[in-house]
Design a protein around this ligand. Structure first.
Ligand SMILES: [Mn+2]
Length: 397
């Protein structure tokens, strides 16, 4: 005789399911179900007081399915509890807000990952630059270096790229100065990639420490290099933000609104004496220890570099130079060239000429960089409505 029970798996609506049955139907593990119960996400309809067995109502499958979906999205449990308690339309709005947050976080992480891949590999990142905020500012730059009239070698080194400008002035006998400045510039070079603005100072700090370690490795492998060192003054761009790292007596200047400002502080004995009021500016040129640098990147000590975050503005002009320029030319002459010579390359050449005219006592290196509007992204196709303006002009007859 057949009884009232139907085929296996079919039950009367409202009949409770064991936790095993509910687990299979909801595709949530029994362990997960226990966790959700503990967290108040999905409590069993009944717990047998004697055995502790859990039973669920078939109507709870809908919520169990929603919990499983939200878990697959990676939503934190506390937030799932919130969404599950809401009516569907409010739950949808909450979910949209959550996903917006995830996308924003992912975008920031993607930017950081892109920078790190480029930086650690030493190449411009293979990951396409997908930063949502298009760059609005760029730099147009020129670099010039000259041995001067009194030296046999040029111990200055420099790098100029679309995001990184750096000047290093090496010191130390037996070619040590050249080795030191070149090694430090080489350690900075991987920074010439897209860097999230929030990472500018961290990136400069890391690269500067890596540069110092590199000097120590080189000195360890060749004792003749022990005691070598170098200054470093570098600017690193991320759109309208720039990071400045500075150690030694090379300098950075800014020309803004027709006025020139020195934006680095010399790490020299004479600057310290000047700051303390012990000498006057006029006494610097004749001071016997005017060339004494108090802080630099060296092999045997750790001196900290200055780090600073600055805002860049359209129309700003920056100069990075070794002391071969500011030691041989007056600030007023440097300012005049920067304010009156429009082309960065010509300005850099004119500054070198100033140093030579001042006796050329030292190697001299100048980087002149103008903050200009960013060119339109080259991936962009010409807009059809403006195609006349973007067509190449006919050449010849
Ligand atoms: Mn020098």
């Amino acid at each position: 005789m057949s009884s009232g029970t139907g085929p296996a798996g079919q039950r009367h609506a409202g009949a409770l399911l064991t936790s095993g049955e509910f687990s299979r139907a909801s595709r949530l593990s029994r362990k997960a179900l226990r966790l959700y119960d503990d967290l108040g996400l999905l409590s069993p309809a009944r717990v047998d007081p004697g055995t502790g067995y859990r039973f669920y109502a078939p109507a709870q499958l809908e919520q169990a399915r929603l919990v499983a979906w939200l878990r697959r999205l990676g939503m934190p449990l506390t937030r799932i509890r919130l969404v599950c308690a809401l009516p569907h339309d409010s739950a949808a709005a909450e979910l949209a807000a959550y996903w917006g947050q995830v996308e924003a976080e992912n975008s920031a992480r993607r930017e950081l990952a892109t920078f790190l891949i480029g930086y650690l590999s030493g190449r411009d990142s293979p990951v396409p630059d997908t930063s949502s905020t298009r760059q609005t500012l760029a730099i147009r730059y020129a670099v010039q270096s000259d041995i001067g009239l009194c030296r046999h070698d040029n111990e200055d080194a420099a790098y100029a790229g679309s995001r990184l400008l750096a000047v290093a002035d090496g010191m130390g006998g037996h070619a040590g100065g050249e080795v030191a400045s070149a090694a430090v510039i080489e350690a900075l070079r991987p920074l010439d990639t897209h860097i999230p603005a929030g990472e500018l100072l961290g990136a400069l700090d890391h690269a500067t420490r890596r540069a110092r370690s590199r000097l120590r490795e080189l000195a360890k492998s060749d004792p003749a290099l022990e005691g070598m060192g170098t200054t470093l003054t570098a600017l690193l761009w991320s759109d309208s933000q720039l990071g400045l790292v500075h150690i030694g007596d090379s300098r950075a200047y800014l020309v803004r609104d027709g006025e020139m400002f020195q934006i680095t502080h010399d790490h020299t004995l004479v600057q310290t004496l000047l700051d303390d009021g012990k000498i006057t500016p006029a006494e610097i040129a004749s001071h016997p220890q005017r060339a004494l640098v108090l802080r630099a990147l060296v092999t045997d000590r750790t001196y900290e570099a200055d780090l600073e975050l600055r805002d860049a503005q359209l129309g700003d002009r920056y100069l990075l130079c070794s002391d071969g320029l500011h030691g041989a030319a007056d600030a007023s002459e440097i300012s005049r060239v920067l304010r009156t010579v429009t082309d960065p390359h010509q300005a850099a050449c004119d500054l070198i000429a100033l140093a030579i005219a001042g006796g050329g006592p030292d190697n001299v290196t100048c980087i002149v960089a103008d903050v200009v509007p960013a060119p339109p992204p080259n991936a962009t196709q010409p807009d059809a409505t403006h195609s006349d303006a973007t067509l190449p002009l006919p050449v010849g007859g």
